[in-house]
Design a protein around this ligand. Structure first.
Ligand code: UDX
Length: 426
């Protein structure tokens, strides 16, 4: 099929290249000229494992342009993958979506299926339809919702092998087109109305965020009672109705999706007449985990003023350079406020972090960070931290203290090695 993807962020770029991998001809559109020029030259705007290879493999089936008008003419299906950031009110800002829809309405010459792939509030489909009818020229079109569930760092695998494909449609034509497009994927397909598909995305992300906050709240009880959250989480997760994933206690969730979608979902509910207080609590627990972590550091080091703290990991999760809403930002700023000096290392996120976090000594690797530091804090569970030479780390640190915000090590083993080891909920 011939398809157009508008927006080359995480969702757009991976979906575009993924559809190309399945043999479709794809046009990727983005208004950012620099980004498009780079993509034409094989340079990626994001770090995502396997993406470079996917781009070079599918180069002949993908074209890049900054023009929506040129980009949509040959395509029958157009995916809207532009950003839906948070407004100061907490609502999703849909002005980029509206702008794209306006340009489609303006330049389309034949039938188009317009698919929302970005996370949008329920009823966005209705708004798009109304807008198209007002601005269009009596050319037939359909609107569909097909939310994307890929997660950063594992995005290509998630796109190719999703747990489910959700298709919200209201016409047979749109349904058939999307079923044809997704035929090569072996995933179960759920066909719904547009509103339900829109809600599935917000509800899924809010549920996952709530699962993390739940385990983080339990981690606080573990700490207070002398239980070990790792064992408690294992015991909870063995119940198949609960499941073991997303039960890792730590410094909380970050990234562009969970914080943004939680707030947007709360706002949508409020607008519709229901106060979703549970989600307010989910957010609150998440915020508190960062303060809790700083309190653990203070407890271990006593006064922070003048102490050197080594930070391992800055991105909101491993295998990405994404720093958006990363817990590391608030934690580092709180430590700096107390007068601590910060040394840090992250395998991918340092160029981005340098623009956000100032007065930090950015290091070459974990050993550089440990040299002369009063303690080492693990904020992102990168694989290379799990495999570091701990004896070397111990000799480099001023005092052998590790505060692990992601519980990546075995407490007993660490104590056997002679570390003062503090984690979350244990
Ligand atoms: C998420 C959703 O998983 C994905 O389906 C959606 O499309 C976009 O949002 P992403 O933000 O890329 O994906 O990462 P995810 O792996 O879900 O992690 C989000 C945050 O939760 C990270 O900060 C992570 O560290 C944290 N997390 C996750 C925990 O603290 N504990 C866990 O058990 C799992």
């Amino acid at each position: 099929m011939k398809i157009t993807i508008i927006g080359t962020g995480h969702v757009g770029l991976i979906s575009g290249l993924g559809f190309a991998e399945f043999g479709n001809e794809v046009v990727c559109v983005d208004r950012d000229k620099g980004k498009i020029l780079n993509l034409k030259n094989g340079k990626l705007p994001i770090y995502e494992p396997g993406l470079k290879e996917l781009l070079s493999k599918n180069r002949s089936r993908v074209t890049f342009t900054t023009s929506i008008k040129d980009g949509i003419q040959d395509a029958s299906v157009i995916f809207i993958c532009v950003g839906t950031p948070t407004k100061a009110s907490g609502e999703a800002d849909l002005s980029a979506v509206e702008n794209v829809v306006a340009q489609i309405a303006e330049s389309m010459k034949d039938y188009k299926l317009i698919v929302e792939k970005s996370t949008v509030p329920v009823h966005t489909g209705i708004k798009i339809k109304q807008f198209m009818k007002r601005r269009g020229k009596n050319i037939a079109f359909d609107v569909a919702s097909n939310p994307e569930f890929l997660s950063e760092g594992n995005a290509i695998h998630d796109f190719m092998h999703p747990d489910r494909i959700v298709i919200g449609v209201e016409s047979e034509r749109a349904k058939k087109m999307l079923l044809t497009l997704y035929k090569p994927m072996k995933a179960p397909i759920l066909i719904t109305d547009i509103e339900s598909a829109e809600l599935i995305k917000h509800a899924s992300n809010s549920f996952l965020a709530t699962k993390i906050s739940f385990i983080n709240a339990v981690s606080r009880i573990c700490k207070l009672s002398g239980a070990d959250i790792e064992k408690v989480a294992r015991g909870i997760g063995m119940d198949h109705r609960i499941g073991s994933e997303f039960l890792n206690a730590g410094i909380g969730f970050g990234g562009f999706c969970f914080p943004k979608d939680l707030r947007a979902f709360r706002k949508i509910s409020e607008k519709l007449g229901f106060e979703f207080k549970l989600l307010e609590e989910t957010e609150k627990i998440n915020e508190e985990m960062k303060h809790h972590f700083v309190a653990i550091v203070e407890d271990a080091l006593w006064n922070l003023n003048g102490k050197t703290i080594g930070i391992l990991g800055l991105s909101f999760k491993p295998d990405t350079e994404d720093m958006r809403y990363a817990p590391s930002i608030d934690i580092i700023q709180a430590l700096q406020k107390e007068g601590a000096k910060i040394k840090a290392y992250d395998p991918q996120a340092m160029p981005v972090a340098k623009k956000i976090l100032k007065n930090i000594v950015y290091c070459e690797n974990q050993y550089d960070v440990a040299k002369g530091a009063d303690c080492l804090c693990i904020l992102t569970e990168w694989e290379e931290f799990k495999n570091m030479d701990l004896s070397r780390i111990k000799t480099l640190l001023k005092s052998p203290i590790i505060i692990d915000g992601r519980n990546i090590f075995d407490k007993k083993e660490m104590e056997k090695l002679g570390f003062v080891y503090k984690g979350i909920g244990r």
